[in-house]
Design a protein around this ligand. Structure first.
Ligand SMILES: C[S@@+](CC[C@H](N)C(=O)[O-])C[C@H]1O[C@@H](n2cnc3c(N)ncnc32)[C@H](O)[C@@H]1O
Length: 269
């Protein structure tokens, strides 16, 4: 188990991961997965995208994720002779010259050691292979969430504890900064761009989106430099829900904006 175990939300992750699914489709078209390629789905979560990739290629498709509950869910729904799942963090990937393509959607921001993970990825790819990554980017990865978090940070019920929150996420400011990390791990980087995407969601849908990702950091005692008092998480959720509702327009919806890095990197030799 790593410090940010997604096991607790595994049962509802596939249903609630609306923004991750939409971004995954962009990454799938960017990667142009071939009909017989062997593909690794890195940080596969509950495996629905691994299953989606297996519709594109007739090759071997493998998902890895460090959260045992996510992998159990993935195995039970999508495991087959051709689609395998393993419990592993990207940093511990042992594969060598095994894959034509690595697909990594909405997981890079959680890597505890991106440099080590990318070195392992390069080794796992065959020469000429490629990795495609989509992840929230920049410290203001979602301005709507940060507005809600500002309310938590200033509310008397949560301010003192929240002041001890330590961000677990790996976020960089520019496409070039992301590309440099991949170059240092031995990749060529033909494409790296941060894009702002937006879609309209109700405040309740926004909360589900929050619970499918960001909550695993904000609601995690390991991310605080103090002990988290009883009732903190409940207060956090209540203040956040009120702040999300306050963002809704006349139609009851919010323009939910995310900054996302899309990157493709090649193992040239
Ligand atoms: C927001 S979910 C994304 C799941 C799936 N890729 C998707 O797009 O729906 C983030 C996933 O990254 C996984 N993760 C966290 N740290 C990781 C690491 N070091 N290596 C690989 N995956 C990691 C989590 O367990 C979680 O399942």
């Amino acid at each position: 188990m790593n410090d940010f175990d997604f096991t607790g939300i595994a049962h509802r992750y596939e249903r609630d991961s609306l923004v991750q699914k939409a971004a995954a489709e962009v990454l799938i078209s960017l990667l142009e997965i071939g009909p017989r390629e062997d593909v690794l789905d890195l940080g596969c979560g509950t495996g629905h995208l691994t299953g989606r990739i297996a519709e594109i290629t007739s090759g071997r498709v493998t998902g890895i994720d460090p959260a045992p509950g996510m992998v159990a869910e993935a195995r039970s729904k999508y495991g087959s002779d051709r689609i395998g799942f393993e419990i592993s963090a990207a940093e511990d990937l042992q594969a060598c010259d095994e894959f034509d393509c690595i697909f990594c959607n909405s997981a890079l921001q959680w890597f505890s050691n991106p440099e080590r993970a990318l070195t392992a990825c390069r080794r796992a790819l065959r020469p000429g292979g490629r990795i495609g990554v989509q992840a929230p980017a920049r410290h203001d990865y979602c301005p709507n969430f940060l507005k809600g978090i500002d309310a938590v940070a200033s509310h008397p019920d949560t301010a003192a504890t929240f002041s001890q929150f330590r961000s677990p996420w790996f976020f960089l400011k520019t496409g070039d900064a992301y590309a440099d990390v991949f170059r240092r791990a031995g990749f060529a980087v033909p494409f790296a761009r941060i894009e702002a995407t937006s879609a309209r969601y109700s405040p309740d849908q926004m909360l589900k989106v929050f619970e499918s990702g960001a909550a695993a950091g904000y609601m995690n005692a390991n991310c605080y430099g103090c002990s988290v008092p009883d009732g903190y998480v409940e207060s956090f959720r209540r203040i956040l829900a009120d702040a999300f509702h306050a963002q809704a327009g006349a139609d009851g919806k919010v323009d939910l904006v995310f900054h996302r890095i899309y990157l493709v990197a090649l193992r040239s030799i």
